[in-house]
Design a protein around this ligand. Structure first.
Ligand code: HEM
Length: 537
């Protein structure tokens, strides 16, 4: 492992082993048989029926019939690029992750940007959250940071994800609308699940119509853990900060572009890379000590809450550069499989109930999307770190494992793969103490649904607020069921009364006279410990 010597080119080299250049070659069947005529099926007579015997026709047609794989259940439309990551300074104080130690080392990465709700063929510039998923091919195995361009999420518990997605996707009876939040089921969900309030504010903001993938922030959303060599942990949130700054379209542009150039964002990314204008993103971390877990007026395990950057500054610790377009969209962008559970030593999880559920969902969905348990062998998914274990066989297995034994422990083969110690890079889970009763419940500490939505609204400039009011009017205005509109406007009164009034005015709903709930003004409850931390910075 010490001799691995991964560099910027390593993934490119690995992919090269699988690439085939057909140009100028003699055409063959998949069995390698040379083909004399690829334009005519084998017939009984010039005008006669096609013969069953025509293996060449059958092979060609069968393969074509099975060319498509299921699109992702969410984030179906995406666009990817290769690049590399370099850390600015050793992060050993916080994490033992090797790719975060040596500023000279370049770790290959693959990034896939995506929209969430639309199908593979939908337009780029729709109002939606954007996915921002990064695979780091490190010497200790793949680390995936599967994030979005917004720092919070719609729901607090993974149990609700299928409901949320059912509501957001095109409605089941007529498959309308494609990639839009302007429909009844979407707003019915938001109105009835007030934990979504903070995120819907982001979704109605200009952040939901980015001008370019190169100009978007990225967020890991959940609280993760960094763990250092001594086994000490810190809570961490991950960020990507685009060096070009954050820029959005305005809604009128976004709509026109969706018609005139539905590939606007993907074209922009690939052309920028083609021209050598490599997109760059700084990697940021917000870090909280374990003993500060309860110092905040929000629960750090709640994915509908961000950590205000004024309280916990983002420290920029490295940079990612995207410098190479894919050679083949299907092989790379479509077949890549990200998973929040792909971690390396030094990076661990928290008990965020959304994250915990995601840890199950990704591999599970990929088993059907990518046809069985061997999708880690697909070239784009292969780690650069060597893979040795006793997993065998299954659909589409490519590896030819040698020897008589495929189990552990055994005494027939005294050289079977054996576990690594922690010192040898073996992954050891952070030994968090866990105790409690088994309950189906939501912690009381997750029950404030409005303070940060308020914080977000108050942080907007006049122009941004106007854009948001217009967005609410446009999207909510398309809802057919009046009671949903009213319920939603009432919810907004808990964020800001003026916002609620303005939205009500635009859609013919009744303006609420007062908030329907008592909500704190803002998130400012600095604990003494936290204010010290803040002053120290
Ligand atoms: C894709 C599940 C929340 C970011 C997916 C996919 C599933 C899924 C099944 C399709 C994966 C594939 O076919 O390869 C879930 C569940 C969630 C959840 C169950 C909550 C319980 C989130 C959150 C984020 C996120 C909070 C952002 C922090 C993404 C991204 C992709 C994705 C970026 C696309 C990855 C790619 O480009 O291939 N998610 N998700 N998801 N999810 Fe989630």
């Amino acid at each position: 492992r010490d001799n691995m010597n991964i560099n910027e080119e390593s993934k490119k080299e690995q992919l090269k082993d699988f690439s085939v250049n057909d140009s100028g070659q003699k055409m063959t069947t998949n069995q390698g048989l040379r083909i004399t005529d690829d334009e005519h099926s084998l017939k009984a007579g010039d005008r006669g029926p096609t013969l069953m015997e025509d293996f060449q026709f059958r092979e060609k047609m069968t393969h074509f019939d099975h060319e498509r794989i299921p699109e992702r259940i969410v984030h179906a439309r995406g666009f990817g690029a290769h690049g590399y990551f370099q850390v600015y300074e050793p992060m050993a104080e916080f994490t033992k992750a090797k790719f975060l130690q040596d500023p000279a080392a370049k770790t290959p990465v693959f990034v896939r940007f995506s929209t969430v709700a639309g199908s593979r063929g939908s337009a780029d510039t729709v109002r939606d959250v954007r996915g921002f998923a990064t695979k780091f091919y490190t010497e200790e195995g793949n680390f995936d940071l599967v994030g979005n361009n917004m720092p919070v999420f719609f729901i607090q518990d993974a149990m609700k994800f299928p409901d949320f997605v059912h509501a957001v996707k095109p409605e089941p009876h007529n498959e309308i609308p494609q990639a839009s939040t302007a429909h009844d089921t979407h707003w019915d969900f938001i109105a009835n699940n007030t934990e979504s309030t903070h995120m819907i504010m982001w979704a109605m903001s200009d952040r939901a119509i980015p001008r370019s993938f190169r100009m978007m922030e990225g967020f890991g959303v959940h609280t993760f853990r960094f763990v250092n060599e001594k086994g000490e942990a810190h809570f961490v949130k991950f960020h990507w900060k685009p060096l070009l700054g954050v820029h959005s379209l305005v809604w009128d542009e976004a709509q026109k572009i969706a018609g005139k150039d539905p590939d606007f964002n993907r074209r922009d990314l690939s052309e920028a890379i083609e021209m050598g204008n490599y997109p760059e993103f700084e990697f940021g971390v917000q870090i909280i000590r374990e003993d500060e877990e309860f110092n905040f007026d929000f629960d750090i395990l709640d994915p509908t809450k961000l950590w205000p950057e004024e309280l916990i500054p983002v420290r920029r610790i490295g940079k990612m550069t995207l410098n190479r377009n894919v050679d083949n969209f299907f092989a790379e962008t479509e077949q890549i499989a990200f998973h929040v559970g792909h971690v390396v030593p030094g990076i661990d999880f928290s008990n965020d109930p959304l994250l915990q559920g995601r840890l199950f969902s990704y591999t599970d969905t990929q088993l059907s999307r990518l046809g069985g348990p061997n999708f880690h062998e697909i070239p784009i998914n292969r780690p650069l770190a060597p893979v040795h274990n006793n997993q065998r066989d299954g659909m589409h297995r490519m590896t030819i494992n040698q020897g008589q034994t495929s189990y552990h422990k055994n005494s027939l083969n005294n050289n079977d793969p054996h576990e690594a110690t922690e010192q040898e890079g073996g992954y050891v889970h952070y030994q968090e103490k866990v105790e409690g009763r088994k309950v189906r419940a939501r912690s009381d500490s997750f029950k404030d649904h409005y303070s940060q939505a308020k914080l977000f609204w108050n942080s907007m400039s006049d122009v941004e607020q106007k854009h948001m009011i217009k967005a609410f009017r446009f999207e909510l205005g398309k809802v057919q069921t009046k009671s949903i509109q009213q319920q939603m406007v009432n919810n907004l009164s808990n964020v800001d009364l003026n916002l609620a009034e303005q939205v009500a005015l635009g859609i013919g709903a009744e303006a609420p006279k007062a908030p329907t709930e008592e909500v704190r003004e803002s998130v400012t409850l600095l604990s003494p410990a936290l204010s010290q931390l803040n002053t120290a910075k």
